[in-house]
Design a protein around this ligand. Structure first.
Ligand code: C5P
Length: 232
């Protein structure tokens, strides 16, 4: 799998998103569309960005009973996205149903990756609120193994966990990692961050980069900086 940079398009409207994407006249970056933009603009935003020639990671993190997730995934597959995701906490049967729903009649399907534990959940919250009394890393690796068993292609994880995920689930199991910052950049609300270069060394397959590109004075230069340091 070719290593690539995915830009998190965390904008509130189609207008703001197109204004941003129009700055890229020479390249067509892989983009991530999240809940905010999807709920604001609906599936049309996906069709339009696809039509403009971008690959799309649709980050909607599905989590429901298997039958509901299967049917929802079939709809997302019809939108011709390249990657979509769900919560591994929904269980192995839910993940298997998602793969079935995504698979088109010709056998093709978008890549499907799982969120293990959200990075906003720390050890204390996991123990006190979710009543899971195991080390967080063990839980993350166990959820990643479940995703692999269910036939998924990889996980969203911290770049610092990417090497361990590959050890547990194999080199071909994808690690898609947010939490990326330039060495001289602001960290903001991200806790455990690393640079594009370091993420590559640790073994990330895709880095998801939002504000270091979207809020940069020159977003195209910031994107190229990421691509130079990370991509193939
Ligand atoms: O702006 P920034 O680079 O922090 O954006 C990272 C993107 O990755 C955001 O869209 C954020 O929601 C997403 N994300 C994350 N951490 C996770 C899962 C997703 O930062 N564990």
């Amino acid at each position: 799998m070719k290593k690539d940079v995915i830009i998190a398009c965390d904008f509130s409207s189609a207008e703001k998103t197109y204004e941003f994407l129009d700055k890229f006249t020479e390249e067509k970056p892989f983009v991530k569309i999240g809940m905010e933009l999807f709920y604001a603009e609906g599936p049309q935003i996906v069709r339009e960005i696809k039509k403009r020639g971008h690959k799309i990671f649709l980050d909607l993190k599905l989590h429901d009973i298997p039958n509901t997730v299967k049917k929802a995934m079939a709809v997302l597959s019809g939108l011709d996205v390249d990657i979509c995701n769900l919560h591994a906490g929904g269980g192995i049967d839910m993940m298997k149903a998602a793969v079935e729903g995504l698979t088109r009649e010709d056998g093709t399907r978008p890549l499907l990756i799982a969120v293990t534990q959200l990075t906003s959940i720390d050890q204390t919250r996991m123990e006190n609120e979710l009543l899971i009394e195991k080390p967080l890393e063990e839980v993350v690796m166990s959820y990643a193994s479940n995703a692999k068993k269910a036939g998924l292609d990889g996980v969203v994880c911290s770049p610092l966990e990417a090497g361990k995920v590959h050890e547990v689930c194999g080199d071909d199991f994808l690690t898609v990692t947010p939490g990326i910052r330039f060495a001289d950049g602001a960290v903001g609300d991200q806790q455990r961050v690393t640079t594009p270069k370091k993420a590559r060394e640790i073994g990330s397959d895709f880095i998801v980069v939002g504000r270091p590109i979207t809020a940069a004075e020159d977003p195209v230069a910031a994107y190229r900086h990421c691509m130079n340091d990370f991509a193939d």
